[in-house]
Design a protein. Structure first.
Length: 295
């Protein structure tokens, strides 16, 4: 009887020990699983925090990219803007756009890095995916705006180049017209004069004696053969006085007598042109001195 009780007690002790071992094993397993879960939860929280921190950083960097904030007008607002778009200004605008583009590229790289990190960590969160998609859309919009700015700068530079070409062509045309007008003015205003004694003028073939009897009473007339190399030009728009070296002269050419006057200044005769328009209707002025020039 005592032996059966002892066997029973031993069996119970063995069962209790086995149960205890099983319980301890399960407890250890549950404790390990709990610790793993806590570690995973902490890791997930850290990953979420890092992800949201990265999203905030990227969003701040995108907000700092003010595409429209440039120191130069990107769209022509008229001739003044086109004239201000010089080569140095174009360089400044392009440098500004390059900085904006570099900022956008850095933001894209951060977004790609964030997306890769999220995928590797196994994080599944619709809100985060929407945030990343929103960042991508924001970056795409910035890139489109930068492309438009670049196109506008190139377009404006083309307009400036065309304008410069047009202005240069107009300037050349105006210069040619002004030269033509000046040449025409000078042609209309310029007369040619010659001063000489009777003998000098006859020897030059400019005058000849006609009429009279037995060499007496002859009159001097212009021959009509004018050698321009013997004449001196005078622009009557700017000069209205012809000075002679003699105290007495005679105007042989047929300028209207009312268009000029002879005045003695310092013992020498000067022809003062009173009405240049009338006076220059006769292009050649022939003045004969009646005494030789003083030595």
């Amino acid at each position: 009887m005592r032996k059966s009780v002892a066997y029973t007690l031993v069996a119970v002790i063995v069962l209790l020990a086995g149960a205890t071992a099983v319980f301890v094993q399960k407890y250890s397993k549950r404790t390990a699983e709990y610790n793993d879960m806590k570690t995973a939860e902490e890791s997930a929280r850290t990953q979420y925090a890092d992800a949201f921190s990265a999203i905030a950083e990227i969003q701040d960097s995108l907000n700092a990219i003010a595409v429209g904030d440039t120191s130069l007008p990107m769209v022509s607002s008229g001739l003044a803007a086109e004239q201000r778009m010089t080569q140095p200004n174009k360089r400044q605008a392009l440098d500004r756009i390059a900085l904006l583009s570099a900022s956008v590229q850095r933001a894209k790289a951060k977004i790609n890095q964030l997306e890769s990190t999220v995928k590797r960590s196994g994080i599944r969160m619709a809100g985060m995916e929407k945030l990343i998609a929103s960042l991508k859309l924001n970056v795409s919009g910035k890139e489109e705006q930068i492309a438009q700015l670049t196109g506008r700068v190139d377009s404006l530079q083309t307009q400036v180049t065309t304008l410069a070409t047009t202005v240069q062509a107009d300037a050349d045309t105006m210069r040619a017209q002004s030269q033509t007008i000046e040449e025409r003015r000078r042609e209309l205003a310029t007369i040619e004069y010659v001063i000489g004694t009777k003998k000098d003028l006859e020897n030059s073939g400019l005058i000849m004696a006609r009429g009279g009897v037995l060499g007496m009473g002859k009159t001097l007339k212009l021959s009509g053969r004018f050698d321009d190399s013997r004449f001196t030009p005078l622009d009557t728009d700017f000069e209205t006085v012809v000075r002679t070296p003699a105290a007495k002269v005679e105007v042989l050419s047929p300028q209207p007598t009312s268009s000029y006057a002879l005045e003695v200044v310092g013992g020498q005769v000067e022809v003062h042109i009173l009405n240049p328009t009338e006076f220059r209707k006769v292009k050649h002025l022939v003045i004969m001195t009646k005494e030789r020039a003083k030595a």
